[in-house]
Design a protein around this ligand. Sequence first.
Ligand SMILES: C[S@@+](CC[C@H](N)C(=O)[O-])C[C@H]1O[C@@H](n2cnc3c(N)ncnc32)[C@H](O)[C@@H]1O
Length: 273
Amino acid sequence: MTVQNTNTTTTDHWSPSLYQTNANFVPLMVDSIVSLLTPQPNETIFDLGCGDGILTRKLATDYGVAQVVGTDASPAMIAGAKEEAKKFNVPEDKLELAVWDGQELENSPWAGKGFDAVFSNAAIHWMKRDPEAVIRGAHAILKPGGRFVGEFGGHLNVLSVHSALIAALRRRRHDGIALSPWFFPTDNQYQQMLESNGFTVKFIALVPRQTPLPTDIGGWVDTFGGPFMAPLRAEERKTVREEVVEQLRPVLCDFEGKWTADYVRLRFVAIKN
Ligand SMILES: C[S@@+](CC[C@H](N)C(=O)[O-])C[C@H]1O[C@@H](n2cnc3c(N)ncnc32)[C@H](O)[C@@H]1O
């Protein structure tokens, strides 16, 4: 099935090649979340915000999951995911990939299909406009008793770079908080949201996770900081990037010149009532 929801009209800040160069750790640091998902061969699994689809493809090939659907709001990332599936000869009836906003899943072709699990890695914090609609969407996709398993940025995630970006924008009279694309809830807040939308929470925790970066924090800003730069001219973007790198060098860069980001993940397993 080829589907694309027309509500996705925002600028696509995502690039599969930048993602693989500057953020290859995202789909690699997944052991903890895959062990919470415990994918089984006879299952149907929906990957919400699947990105360039490396993990989605692995669910189909390495874990032998019967049917996998991966959706993402970024056309560029879904194109990358399709390339990945092609490289590994995964047939479309086993791995379906589509552009779709995670906040619009309640009225999607997958609602009512009774999936065994909805899975999401490193994506839900990007769905700031309507995080409860994301939960309602997962609920609509799952069978009763199906599980919603995820990991995303929680309270105080990437605190230093988030603060540095907001401050750099404020110095230029822009509202960095409004421009921030991220929703970083506490565990209590997200548990309440899950429970008031038809889920029983089996496990939820905020987990600090120091994350070594393959580049300096500038590469991270290039990959993930696009929405902050939206109101700036090209020259200003360059200066903001440089300011953020220099401000964070003393706190995130070690004596060997290696950079580490201060991630905090929110991990959860919730069962549809
Ligand atoms: C850090 S990447 C994670 C991708 C993938 N899950 C992984 O583990 O590599 C975040 C992804 O969330 C997607 N995303 C952001 N906002 C979204 C939305 N509203 N609906 C669906 N996907 C969204 C982005 O396009 C991006 O591919």
